[in-house]
Design a protein around this ligand. Structure first.
Ligand SMILES: C=C1C[C@]23C[C@@]1(O)CC[C@H]2[C@@]12CC[C@H](O)[C@@](C)(C(=O)O1)[C@H]2[C@@H]3C(=O)O
Ligand SMILES: O=C(O)CCC(=O)C(=O)O
Ligand SMILES: [Fe+2]
Length: 353
C-alpha cells in the first residue's frame, strides 16, 4: 500500500506492507516476484509518481562493479587529463556545464551514445585502456537495456496493449538513440576543476538541476551517497534514499506521450551536499531518431482524446536541445484542444482580478 505522510518539513511517501509496517520511502518493486501483482504495482507507481525502485533485478553485480570502478578511476584523474575527453558536444566529458543553453551544476560527467561503435571511438579519449573501458560500458548497457525492456513489457501487459513488445521494441531497435551517462558529484570544496571552488556550504548545492528525462525509460543506479530527489504534484521534493543494490526507474517524456498522459514523466534533480563523492550511472532508453511517437491507440478513447500530436523522436530531440534543462518541452507537442484545456484549467485556479 502506498501512503503519503506529512512531516513538519517535507512530505515523504511511505510504503507499507500488508502488516502496515513502513518498509521504505518510495515504491520498491521486487522483480523476482512474477505475476500480475508486479505488473499492477509498476502500473500504479508509473501513474502516481512516474518513479519506482526495483530490487532483485538480475543485473550482474560484476557488470555494476566494473563500470563503477571505471567511473571512479576516470573522475580521479587530473582536470587536464579529463578535459581531453571533452567538451561534451553533447557527448564526451563535461564539467559544470549541462547542455548548450547555459545550465550549470556541481557535476562532472561523461555522456555517451549507446551505439557500440561510438562507444569504442569515445573510449580512446577517456581511457588509457579503451578496450577494458568500452567492454565495461557495453556489458553494463546490455544488462540494463534488458532490465528496461523487461519493465516495458510488464507495462504493456498491465496496460492491456495486445503487442507486449510495442514499447521495448523501440528501445531494442539497432538504431535506438539510447544514451549512457556517468555523473560524478564531488564533495563541496573539492578542487575537481581548474578554477577554485566556493567553500560555502549551501543547503541545496544543485548538482543537476530539476528536469524531466526526454526519453522513454531511465534506469539509474548510484553508489551509497544520497542526492537524488523527485518532485511530487505539490512541488514538494522527496529525497530518494540511496541503495546501490537497487535501480531507480523514471518514466520519461516519450512514455508520458505514448500513454497519452496516463503516466507522468517525473521531475527530478540531484543535490550535491554530501561530504562523500556520489557516482550515478544512468541509462536512458530511447527510440530511433526516425520513430514516430504518439499516444498508443489503446490509450485513446472518446473520454481521453489524444493529448499530444504525433512527432518523430528527432523532432523531440531538436526541441529538447533548443531549450533549458528545466523547461517543460512536452507542452510544445500538445494538441491544440488539449493545450486550450490546460490553459482554461490553469485560469480557473487563478484568482480573477
Ligand atoms: C540542458 C540540456 C541538457 C540535456 C539537453 C538539454 O537541452 C535539456 C535536457 C537535458 C537532458 C536531461 C536528461 C539527460 O541527462 C540528457 C542526456 C537528455 O537527454 O536530456 C540531458 C541533455 C544533455 O545533458 O545533453
Ligand atoms: O545523477 C543523478 O542522480 C541524476 C541525474 C539526472 O537526472 C540526469 O542525468 O538526467
Ligand atoms: Fe534526469
Amino acid at each position: 500500500m502506498v501512503v503519503a505522510s506529512t512531516t513538519t518539513t517535507t512530505t515523504t511517501t511511505t510504503i507499507r506492507n500488508e502488516k502496515e509496517q513502513a518498509v521504505g520511502g518510495v515504491p520498491v518493486i521486487d522483480l523476482s516476484r512474477k505475476g500480475p501483482q508486479v505488473r499492477e504495482l509498476i502500473l500504479k507507481a508509473c501513474e502516481d509518481y512516474g518513479f519506482f525502485k526495483v530490487i532483485n533485478h538480475g543485473v550482474p553485480k560484476d557488470a555494476i562493479a566494473r563500470i563503477e570502478e571505471e567511473g571512479f578511476h576516470f573522475f580521479a584523474k587530473p582536470a587536464s587529463e579529463k578535459r581531453k575527453a571533452g567538451p561534451a558536444n553533447p557527448f564526451g566529458y563535461g564539467c559544470n556545464s549541462i547542455g548548450f543553453n547555459g545550465d550549470k551544476g556541481e557535476v562532472e560527467y561523461i555522456l555517451l551514445h549507446t551505439n557500440p561503435l561510438s562507444i569504442s571511438q569515445a573510449s580512446k579519449a577517456i581511457s588509457t585502456d579503451p578496450t577494458t573501458f568500452s567492454c565495461a560500458v557495453n556489458d553494463y548497457i546490455q544488462a540494463v537495456r534488458d532490465l528496461a525492456c523487461e519493465i516495458l513489457d510488464l507495462i504493456a501487459e498491465a496496460l492491456r496493449v495486445p503487442d507486449r513488445s510495442v514499447l521495448s521494441s523501440l528501445v531494442r531497435d539497432v538504431d535506438s538513440d539510447s544514451l549512457f551517462r556517468l555523473n560524478h558529484y564531488p564533495p563541496p570544496g573539492t578542487d575537481y576543476k581548474d578554477w577554485s571552488t566556493s567553500r560555502h556550504h549551501h543547503r541545496h548545492r544543485i548538482g543537476f538541476g530539476e528536469h524531466t528525462d526526454p526519453q522513454i525509460l531511465t534506469v539509474l543506479r548510484s553508489n551509497e551517497v544520497e542526492g537524488l530527489q523527485i518532485s511530487l504534484d505539490d512541488g514538494v521534493w522527496v529525497p530518494i534514499p540511496p541503495d546501490p543494490t537497487s535501480f531507480c526507474i523514471n518514466v520519461g517524456d516519450a512514455l508520458q506521450v505514448l500513454t497519452n498522459g496516463r503516466f507522468r514523466s517525473v521531475r527530478h534533480r540531484a543535490i550535491a551536499n554530501s561530504c562523500k563523492p556520489r557516482l550515478s550511472i544512468i541509462y536512458f532508453g530511447a527510440p530511433p531518431l526516425h520513430a514516430w511517437i504518439s499516444p498508443l491507440p489503446e490509450m485513446v478513447t472518446p473520454q481521453r482524446p489524444p493529448l499530444y500530436r504525433p512527432f518523430t523522436w528527432a523532432d523531440y530531440k531538436k526541441a529538447t536541445y533548443s531549450l533549458r534543462l528545466g523547461d517543460t518541452r512536452l507542452d510544445l507537442f500538445r494538441t491544440p484542444t488539449s493545450h486550450q484545456d490546460a490553459i482554461n484549467s490553469l485560469n480557473s485556479t487563478q484568482p480573477s482580478i
